[in-house]
Design a protein around this ligand. Structure first.
Ligand code: WTA
Length: 647
């Protein structure tokens, strides 16, 4: 462990949005004293309201909270139109292709392209307010245009990460009952074309009957199959669209988008975000956590298929009027210096990535950052999984030259934006620690009954007051929303939001995330439900029982470890390849397991409950300290330990 505390760089602090901890506490105390007043002030200052709201927060139907009641706005106006007066020529999106092609899209050009796309969706495909549009897109500017075009006409986008399989795409299309799918022929990765459109074809041949049309962006012009009548060529249709497109007046609480994410049980859930609260917090956190300044160039390496891409590549940066980089490729191609070369070429000021990427870049090119001029960097961010001290140290010293702030941002798909994070100009940083809740966010580490945990004790990480950018619902399943997020902890008798993560608070009030306490695992920063993986494996006829756990992994944080019991009389010689092929088809390559072992049985209590804690310990090669005498067959543990050692 690194015990040192790193004070903010005084130069950075002098001009920061929040300059010291006194300012932080003043803000946080303001929120505690007058919660609605705190949020009213920011909503009034930051949002371009087209009609005023008449109430800040409505808690009458908790936990279905509503914010900025009856207010009217449009997110595409907030991100584009309102900037045109003084930023028309400023680069909004700086696109760098996999092969090094660069395109700078100004706010004026973004406006034109989004308007055209919005007209295309509305006039040619009849997409209107409340309709769902699924995006299955690579990292190209048209993905951003599509998101903002949906926001402009009030359609609800649901982006499905391009690494998901046809089956997973079909499930998400069906759950959202999407009217239109927007995709691309493919894109480029590691110097070669890769294809996406065929996945949409497969998905729609299996189901997705609500889909009336598929809009295809041509990026790499490789050959694709075409379904006449259903498929439409974006590049051809877009040229004849009007340059003007009036935006829809949206209510504060109208859904802005859905984003499917994994939970501890059942199928992925469509996390539903609302308009006003989401965009307000996206913009505020850009200003506070990344300390965005007028001429900054900002790069977040996420994919738009994840929440980080939504909030911190598109909506937050554009709402804040900054220049945001969109990168098609991978940071290790053509070599481990690609990311650093991009920082040098574009004079990037804020760089935001996942610990897995930092570990890969560290491993592949420890001294690579030294070859480039990285002096433009001010703030380095991490997200998605715990960062380990060695990776933190390298990021701080070698990438940041010991002068940048490292913001370890803790948040979730459901929270919409950052919740717990250092502030670059204010927070003395303890490595690998998310530090303090942001002003306005009330995060507590408690027991299920609301009792605060003692210093140093792990408890449930809960957000005990609603916040503007919070999840509003699980699409079509309000009961599941209540149960999944407000069913585990109460405070003063009232259900509070439980994140699924554990955390611990130290004597100075610093919060450290200890990881998920439910059956969700985090592989390379990708969140996956073990139940979802188990359901996919069970589709194989030879499988009688299956249990999935996470196992610590040097680079990926966690890897997938699967125990399989075969049905009697079944032998499966090549079980690993066989099951991984199934997982790739059912979920996508991100669900491929590192370890799959065939075992004679699973450790179960006499009432038939699988003892997952034992399975986790075995996968980690930990000593079994749990009491196994209550197991139906205690001898199974020894057999599993032997099998796991061989794996
Ligand atoms: C984990 C990603 C430790 C956590 C934005 C959370 C983190 C899940 C951090 C959400 C962090 C995210 N330190 N763990 N800084 N940030 N996590 O929905 O377990 O893809 O619950 O959102 O990632 O993942 P999601």
């Amino acid at each position: 462990m690194i015990k040192e505390t790193f004070n903010p760089n005084p130069e950075l602090a002098a001009n920061a949005a929040i300059k010291n901890m006194d300012e932080y506490w003043t803000l946080q105390n303001k929120a505690l004293e007058d919660y609605e007043g705190f949020w009213r002030e920011y909503a009034d200052e930051k949002i371009d309201w087209l009609a005023p709201y008449d109430q800040v927060l409505d808690e009458s139907n908790a936990p279905f909270y509503k914010w900025f009641i009856n207010g009217k706005l449009n997110v595409s106006n907030q991100c584009i139109d309102r900037h045109l007066a003084d930023k028309a020529d400023k680069t909004a999106i700086l696109f760098e292709g996999d092969r090094g092609d660069v395109e700078k899209i100004s706010y004026a050009q973004l406006s034109l392209r989004v308007n055209r796309m919005a007209n295309l969706l509305r006039d040619e495909f009849g997409v209107g307010k409340g309709d769902r549009v699924v995006l299955y897109m690579p990292m190209i500017p048209e993905a951003a245009y599509a998101m903002l075009a949906c926001a402009r006409i009030g359609a609800i986008h649901s982006i499905v990460f391009g690494g998901f399989s046809a089956e997973a795409l079909k499930d998400r299309i069906e759950d959202a009952e999407a009217k239109l799918v927007i995709t691309a022929d493919g894109a480029y990765r590691k110097g070669k074309p890769y294809m996406l459109k065929h996945v949409v074809d497969d998905a729609l041949s299996q189901g997705g009957k609500s889909v009336e049309a598929v809009l295809v962006v041509k990026r790499n012009n490789e050959e694709i199959t075409w379904v006449e009548g259903r498929d439409h060529d974006y590049n051809e249709l877009i040229t004849s669209q009007h340059a003007e497109c009036p935006f829809e007046l949206m209510d504060s609480e109208d859904p802005l988008f859905l984003l499917y994410t994994s939970g501890s049980t059942g199928k992925p859930k469509g996390v539903q975000h609302a308009t006003a609260g989401y965009i307000l917090w996206a913009q505020m956190t850009m200003e506070w956590v990344f300390d965005i300044k007028e001429d900054d160039v900002y790069w977040c390496t996420a994919d738009i298929g994840w929440i980080t891409g939504h909030t911190y590549i598109i909506y937050g940066p554009l709402a804040a009027g900054t220049t945001t980089i969109m990168f098609e490729g991978v940071p290790t191609y053509p070599d481990a210096g690609r990311a650093w070369k991009m920082v040098q070429d574009h004079k990037i000021n804020q760089f935001y990535t996942a610990p897995t990427a930092i570990r890969v870049l560290h491993k592949m090119g420890e001294h690579e950052p030294e070859k480039y001029d990285l002096s433009s960097l001010k703030v380095l961010g991490t997200v998605g999984e715990p960062i380990d001290p060695p990776a933190w140290k390298w990021y701080y010293e070698t990438v940041g030259n010991s002068k940048c702030a490292i913001v370890d941002t803790w948040w979730q798909t459901e929270t919409g934006g950052h919740m717990i994070s250092p502030l670059p100009g204010a927070t003395p940083i303890k490595p690998a620690c998310a530090t303090f809740a942001l002003p306005g966010i009330i995060a507590e580490v408690i027991d299920p009954d609301g009792t605060p945990k003692e210093i140093g004790e792990t408890g449930l990480l809960c957000i005990t007051k609603p916040w503007p950018s919070m999840i509003r619902n699980i699409w079509g399943d309000p009961k599941r929303y209540e149960k999944a997020y407000f069913g585990d902890a109460v405070k003063n008798g009232k259900p509070v939001y439980f994140s699924g993560d554990g955390a611990v608070v130290d004597e100075e009030g610093y919060i450290t995330i200890t990881g998920r306490v439910d059956d969700v695992i985090n592989v390379s920063g990708h969140r996956m439900g073990t139940a979802e993986i188990e359901a996919a494996v069970k589709k194989d006829d030879s499988v009688a029982e299956v249990a999935v756990v996470g196992r610590p992994h040097d680079i990926k944080g966690e890897s997938i470890f699967i125990y399989i019991v075969l049905k009697e009389g079944h032998i499966n010689k090549d079980i690993k390849n066989h099951i991984n092929a199934l997982l790739a088809a059912e979920i996508g390559n991100i669900a491929i397991a590192d370890h799959i072992i065939e075992v004679p049985g699973l450790p179960k209590t006499r009432s038939g409950k699988i003892m997952r804690r034992i399975l986790r310990s075995i996968a980690k090669h930990e000593e079994i300290t749990q009491d196994i005498s209550t197991l139906e067959d205690p001898s199974i543990v020894e057999q599993l330990v032997t099998k796991a050692r061989e794996a």
